[in-house]
Design a protein around this ligand. Sequence first.
Ligand code: HDE
Length: 722
Amino acid sequence: MAASKKTESKKKASETPKKAPRAVAPTIETQYTEPQGEGGETHQIASGNIATLTTDQGAPVADDQNTLRQGARGPALLEDPHFREKIFHFDHERIPERVVHARGYGAHGFFELTKSLSRVTRADIFQRVGERTPAFVRFSTVAGNKGSFDLARDVRGFAVKLYTKEGNWDLVGNNIPVFFIQDAIKFPDLIHAAKPEPDREFPQAQTAHDNFWDFISLTPESMHMVMWIMSDRTIPRSFRFMEGFGVHSFRFLDAKDRSTFVKFHWKPRLGLQSVVWNEAVKINGADPDFHRRDLWDAINGGDFPEWDLGVQIFDQAFADRFAFDILDPTKIIPEEELPVQIVGRLVLDRVVDNFFAETEQVAFCTQNVPPGIDFSNDPLLQGRNFSYLDTQLKRLGGPNFTHIPINAPKCPVAHFQQDGHMAMRNPVGRANYEPNSWGAEGGPRENPARGMRSFAEEAEGPKTRLRPESFADHYSQARQFYVSQTPIEQKHIGDALVFELSKVERPDIRSRMVSHLIHIDGELANTVADGLALPMPKPAIAARPVVADLPPSDALSILKRGPAGFAGRKLGILLTDGADAALFNALVAAAGKQKAVYEVIAPKIGGVTLSDGTKVAAKHKIDGGPSVLFDAVAIVVSSEGAALLASDGAAKDFVNDAFGHCKFIGYSPEAMALFEKAGLAPDLDEACIELSSKRGAAGFVESCGKLRHWPRELKVDLDAKS
Ligand code: HDE
């Protein structure tokens, strides 16, 4: 009470000069500390080079702490323009989140052409080797809302905006090369089924529920995609270690409008990597922002993520003889059958300045293609071309979203569209129509030579709602994907199916799903039925006989496309007071040599004092830095430190999780006391490496490049044992 009276008297004293808005002269030193309530906070007043706070209209603001009141304890006055405007703006801060792909993270960079494609396309971006085109990329999950966690089991969006000299090209792809459905008309059903169930609004950001599997098990065309989403592709270690795909067949058009088909691929230079499911679940608790933090840290640390752009180019003759319809988005063209040619690289080298302005407001539209790139008749792509423009109108509130800097082309824009909400780019001059006779002042004119032209594809036939026969094989490529995986990857697919279907309440849905798996792989169907304790159902009716002998494709496996070393990965070093300084230094040097990063975890955030007296600051306290946040861990402790950790639940979880997730573990001999208490000592294997010398540290970090010691999983997992 006393304090508020004090505030009241201060306000009274300053009432007179406040009658008119008063700019605080920026050169006058006016910083003061005065009690503003119980807490007596400090407020900074404009001075020196600190700018003066203003309203949206530019009027300087004198007091940003108190609304205008009738007497210090009286009612607020509606006339207070600053309060009114501030709250008004706040109340309207959010725009509708994306109906899908709401959670995402973006960064800037460039595309550089390494091989000219001028033979097959006149697209300007593909003409001159060495030329760079500015790019913005947004990665996303599909099902979760904007605030959901990063390690949801989900498809990742991989949307690339290329600001070419002939207009923006949006290649709006995913980290999986096929999709659930063949026709855009089923998209709302698919997404409704995947999103939280409408009555209860859960579960968030996951497909492990009845509605999703009900829809999927009634949609055989999804089976190829089911194999991909149940693989570790949907729990990537980071955006930096995943592939991207344009999915659909597109067309390239050359200078004479001759067409070749093309499929686009992004291949990460650092190799593919995913986490394991139990780890994903724990990462979501430990750091729900794991993927966005990873991208932010890597770019800010100068370790710019990089992808090669690959193209599969083919003609109509190839399309005619290929075993599947190249318009069917549930099919791939295996790389072994049609090699991927690398034609450029994409580098992300700048984080955003403002998340909302750039990542939230970026608007991708599949229909944004420059001259020289054209669409195929893929019915999913055709539906998307309509949908994306439509969604931006809703999300960004009007037709002028290309005036927002992140969406604005970086080449000249000239047309007769005008006005509308928030118009920023307003044409001058008299003519706003065409044709006109105002000559050069009459505005832009069409340009048949440079302009966008479509492929003159012949089309005829009755108007109909028919799915082509050539889209009817739903299992053969699903099987091909499955048999292309390493045994441990196959196990993960089985585990994921058992996990997801165990969350499904209705036994008939579980059973219906297994009835499809029988066509994909008998062993997989057995594993899943057994994991669910379910009698084996009859096989689903297949519209086409399954082609069981499609050759395995190594390109479909994550592990066969893993990294060459530990570069770009993160080592967690758990330290205690008295830990061996030489060993710590050797680990740090070895990590640096491998172009990996490291972070220190310690009992207290203030850090530790090593054996030689040096102090090392910690990045994490043990329970804030569990081992799931690292690709490999080293436990470097003194005897006293080990004894201390052996009594700590979080420290025991740290080593147990690292072990259970098949990570490489380096340790100083003293750490054995912790392993014993954690119950691990008898099980330590060759990927648990004692670090007794400097050379040992270097060898350990090199081994970490293998990322996981998979044989261990078979010993620590009940599903593997049963
Ligand atoms: Fe999308 N999709 N989608 N999609 N999609 C959207 O557009 C849609 C599909 C993809 O980071 C929306 O701006 C339909 C396939 C990505 O901003 C919306 C169909 C693929 C992103 C939309 C599909 C994608 C979206 C929501 C079936 C992989 C995020 C907000 C015909 C090739 C882009 C928005 C970003 C976003 C519609 C299917 C990828 C509603 C109708 C297939 C990466 O317009």
